[in-house]
Design a protein around this ligand. Sequence first.
Ligand code: NIG
Ligand code: FE
Length: 398
Amino acid sequence: MSILIDNIGELVTNDEGAGLLGLRRDVAVVVEGDRIAWIGPSAQAPASDQRIDAGGGAVLPGFVDSHAHLVFAGDRAAEFGARMAGEPYTGGGIRTTVAATRAASDDDLRRNAGRLVAEARRQGTTTIEIKSGYGLNVEDEARSLRIARELSDETTFLGAHVVPAGSDPGEYVDLVRGSMLAACAPYAKWVDVFCDRGAFDEEQTRAILTAGKQRGLGLRVHANQLTEGPGVRLAVELGAASADHCTHLSSADVDALAGSATVATLLPGAEFSTRSPYPDARRLIDTGVTVALATDCNPGSSYTSSMPFCIALAVRDMRMTPAEAVHAATAGGAKTLRRDDIGRLRPGARADLTVLDAPSHLHLAYRPGVPLIRQVLHNGIPSNYPAAAPDTTKGLLS
Ligand code: NIG
Ligand code: FE
C-alpha cells in the first residue's frame, strides 16, 4: 500500500534542504508501508495507491515527546489552583497521585493513559515516552510499566520518583535498585531518577542509575528542576541519553552538557504550570548543547499533552527561534531516545509525519492554541482530524 502526499506548502525534513530544518519546497512524499519511500519533485512522483492532498499545508516529522508520565489516576486541579494563588511547587503532590494510582484498576489506568496518547496524537505526536513513577512499590511500578508498554516502546522505570510516604529512604533505594528494578526491567527501555531537593541525592541517584545500566537500561535523569544540584553532572558522567528539565544550571553544568552526548530536554509546560523561571535555552544552544523539547505531561507540574503548546512557549518565553523549537520537538526528541528512524523525513525513515492546516512551521508558535494539525500519519497509517473549516469568508464579509 503506497500513499502520495502532494500539494505540500513546505516540507520540514530535518535532513537535506535549507537551514536547520532542511526545508524543501515543491516536493512530494511517497510512503510505502510504514516507511518513507521517496521524496522529490511532484511532477516526477511515482504512481501510488492513494493520494493525500496537503492543501498547501506544511508537512513535518511527527513530534517526538520524549518525556511524559501518563500512567496515573485522578488529577490535581486543586493543587494547580492553589499554586496560581501563590503556593510554591515542591513535588509533594506526587504522593497524592501515588495514592490514587494504587487504588485504580488496571483498566482505569489503561483508559486514562490511552486517552492521553490519543490526545497527544491529535496534536501531532507520533512517538511518546511513558514513565512509571506513581506506583512506588514493586507491584504497582511493574503494572504501570506493563500498561505503558501496551502504548509505547519507549518506556521508562521511574521507581525513584520520590520516597513513598512512610518508607525509610535508604531501604527504599535498596528496593528500587533491587527487586523493583528486577520486576520492571522486562517492560522498560530506560531508567530515570528524580535527582533534586526533596527527592533523591547524588549518591542515591548514582546507585539506582548504575544498577539500571547493569540491567541493560538506558539512562535519563530528572535533573536540576527545582534547584542547582548534581543531576546534570551525574547524567553526563554516567552517559545518560538525556538530562531533563535543566532549569537551574551552573556554568559547569552547561559546559559538561556541551562536551557530551547527553541531550538537555527542556519542559516549558512545567515552568508554565508551576509559574517558575524558564530554563535558559539560548545559553544552552549558544554553548553547543543539543536541546530537545517535551511536554512532561503529568497531573501535577504540567498537565498538557500538546507539543505545539510547548513549541509556542519555547519560542515566546525561552527565546528559541521557531526553527530551533520545531527541530527540538522532532529531531531533538529522537536523539534523546537514541532513535534515527524518527524525527526526520528521508527515504527509509519511519512514515511518522504531520500535515498542518498552515503553510509553514512558523505558524505553530505564531498561532498558539489553534488546532493546526490537519492529519497525522503514524507508521504510514493516516488519521484525519477535523479538516479545515469550510471557507465561509465570503459569507462573513459580504
Ligand atoms: O517531571 N519532577 C518530578 N516529576 C514530575 C512531576 C510529577 C508530579 O508533580 O506529579 C515532573 O515535573
Ligand atoms: Fe517529569
